[in-house]
Design a binder for this molecule. Sequence first.
Ligand code: HEM
Length: 399
Amino acid sequence: MPETRPVPLPYRRERSWPFAPAAELVRLRSEEPLSRIPMPIPADPDLRVWLATRYSDVRGIMADPRFSNAPGPDEPRTRTRSATPPSLLGVDPPEHTRLRRPLTREFTVRGVNAMRTRIEEIVADRLAAMERAGPPADLLRDFALPVPVLVICELLGVPYRDRGDFRRRSDTLLDHSLGQEERARAAEETAAYMRALVQRHRADPGPELLGRLVREHGAVLTDADLVGLGSLLLVGGHETTANMLALGTLLLLRSPDQLAVVRDDPDAVAPAVEELLRYLSIVHFGVIRRATEDVTVAGRLVRAGELVVCSLPSANRDRDLLPDQPDRLDVTRRPVPHVAFGHGVHQCVGQQLARAELRIALPALLRRFPDLRLDVPFERIRYRDHALVYGVVSLPVRW
Ligand code: HEM
């Protein structure tokens, strides 16, 4: 098979408009579903990777044990997971199973239901604070971020007063436009912070998740395991949901009919959240796997050691997943098995928590401020094209 035409770099993440995958991804999905693209990084300016854009291939790769999530022996440090302290995301079974099992019960639908009332209180508090401060507001800073940050802090046992520091580090970790050194420093600081917290819970296990992990699984989980898990949950637990909340609100503000459905019909909220997750696919360039042996994907040979990037935004707009107008937002459609939370063994641990937060926060916001609107022209909104998790830089609103 001849080498394919390289995809110009900007197409990797830039969207063709704020809510749709890059046009180049759409073209590749129909013409060249597994394509070879350059991914130059300082450590390896000639690095080339495979890009999978079709739903069936993306899902297949994520479920295939021949694709590893652990960095190879001489693999450059290209991925977010190598920037965060090593944990779940950077290991394969059986090591992955050992680390993930202690978390499973915490994050089941039942486990998350136990947190519902507290999430509702947190949402109500933040909305009341926004109302007291009066318009205008930055919806990201004043609502979309504090809600998941408070939830994950309370869940883990992380002091909320430390949020300024871990928010800053988390942004650095996920910002791929920054140098490797800067991101590595943020990873080290995150680990150091979590190490101190883990030691505190080792000495005196609190009632929160970190304390429970120490009490119930402290014999199997080392301090390094707990630091890795804690850091990943802290970062993964707020960046994603915050961006989904803010970007989801912006999308609904642009689609008033669909906004009204989410605001007015409680039964419509759960399917609407699934549609927003599918349509926005905010993890837009982070799912990377390494072939551990030669594997044929979409008729092409991926050699052992080569990297494959799975494009979730493209897969979630594929007609194989959704034959009926996949590029149209329709919050009333029956949910489909989208891959916004990934697939396979690494499928998002926190998905039920994220769903609960979105299902509570979105309608509560829209009901509290029925005339919520943008405080700047839509064209002035800036987006996080450079970050692993897509979203808005800020969201000025008034009511
Ligand atoms: C994994 C998306 C919320 C914790 C993942 C993956 C995706 C994802 C796509 C798979 C990555 C891969 O396979 O390489 C999202 C989205 C969220 C969200 C879109 C919100 C809308 C959360 C929350 C938490 C969380 C709230 C924690 C409380 C994790 C963890 C993993 C993960 C720990 C790694 C799982 C493993 O490797 O076994 N997430 N996530 N996420 N997510 Fe989430």
